[in-house]
Design a protein around this ligand. Structure first.
Ligand SMILES: Cc1ncc(COP(=O)(O)O)c(C=O)c1O
Length: 356
């Protein structure tokens, strides 16, 4: 039995007609960049998160870039973030000439350990980027106490508890695999700050205001009308999909409780973007599962402080022991909403068989 990590074909079977109607409406309108669907989608996400402003952008990566740029972060500034994240979190900092400073993780949550982050504050620190990894809200209270701006990287955590309310700016990704995914790249920045929102709108379109007059240098970070229309068509399904993810997590906790896997806690407010376990003999287990047509993934096999492109920052093996240990022991099992009971049982059976 095949168990894919993600099943967008199965998802399409439930949303296809709504998505197709939205696509046809946009194609017939002749309006393909920004426009009414983008404005409406921005309004829907802002209202959902209880925030005043949302700015649709080209991707979650670009959302991070414009959020940092709006805060005026650039050359020689330092931004503290987690070493266990997707590359984009750190890449955005470095693309602006600033220095990513990596903090270790809390081994229980996989999120940045705020106490370790505080130890890395210097006079050059300009912001924190905590990541709500795997859909679980990060603890940011100790960071808030510093008064430094927080950008929440919520690429994996739309609808997670209080996400969007914890920082000055929050970035979202609608990459197809996310809990709410586009049919291509898309992202968003949300904030309650009107001045920052205005700046991001400006940066999104080459800093042009009025047209062909550029007071600031932005880029082409616009959200396509088609993607916004597709996301609007899928948005009504998100709550039910997240409930399915939670139900799958509960089922795994039951099915896997007697195995040697260390399972994630059942915490309130997690939207279960990934179900990440710690597994003894991880790589052999992964191979065993692959042989039984069960797809898994490692998030992430190389912590950011050890990435070759950041070698000049001097990160060494041993610097951030918890992030390094996680990269060697974690394994994400399929948790997407379209999983059947038979597929969940197949995964659990294969795990039990491996450890027998
Ligand atoms: C934590 C995190 N940050 C940033 C991104 C970047 O988003 P995108 O792929 O939309 O550029 C992603 C996802 O891909 C992510 O998981």
């Amino acid at each position: 039995m095949k168990v894919p990590l993600l099943d967008l074909k199965a998802q399409y079977a439930s949303v296809g007609s709504a998505v197709e109607a939205a696509v046809q409406r946009v194609l017939e309108s002749g309006y393909y960049i920004l426009g009414e669907d983008v404005a409406a989608f921005e309004g829907e996400i802002a209202a959902r998160l209880g925030l005043a402003h949302a700015i649709g952008v080209s991707s979650g990566s670009d959302a991070l870039l414009v959020a940092l740029q709006a805060l005026g972060i650039g050359m020689d500034d330092e931004v503290i973030t987690s070493s266990l994240s997707f590359f984009a979190t750190a890449g955005a900092i470095a693309r602006l000439g600033a220095r990513p400073v990596f903090a270790d993780i809390d081994p229980q949550t996989f999120n940045m350990d705020p106490r370790d982050a505080l130890r890395r504050v210097t006079p050059r620190t300009r912001a924190f980027i905590p990541v709500h990894l795997f859909g679980r809200p990060a603890d940011v209270a100790p960071l808030q106490a510093t008064g430094l701006p927080i950008i929440e990287d919520a690429a994996q955590a739309l609808d997670a508890a209080r996400v969007g309310k914890l920082g000055k700016l929050t970035t979202l990704s609608f990459f197809p695999s996310k809990n709410l995914g586009a049919a291509g790249d898309a992202g968003m920045v949300v904030t309650d700050d009107p001045a920052l929102a205005d700046k991001i709108r400006l940066l999104r379109a080459h800093g042009s205001r009025p047209k062909y007059v550029h007071a600031t240098i932005g880029g082409n970070f616009r959200l396509d009308t088609l993607q916004a229309a597709i996301l609007r068509a899928k948005l009504p399904f998100l709550t039910a999909w997240n409930q399915r993810r939670r139900a799958n997590m509960l089922r795994y906790r039951e099915l896997l409780k007697d195995t040697p896997l260390a399972l994630p806690d059942d915490v309130e407010g997690n939207v279960w973007h990934h179900f990440v376990v710690r597994a003894p003999n991880r790589d052999a287990l992964r191979k065993h599962l692959a042989e039984r047509e069960i797809e898994t993934e490692i998030y992430y096999p190389l912590p950011l402080h050890l990435q070759p492109c950041f070698a000049h920052l001097g990160g060494q093996e041993g610097d951030l022991p918890e992030a390094e240990l996680a990269s060697k022991t974690v394994l994400a099992l399929p948790i997407h909403p379209e999983l059947s009971e038979a597929q969940l049982a197949h995964v659990a059976g294969a795990v039990e068989e491996f450890y027998q």
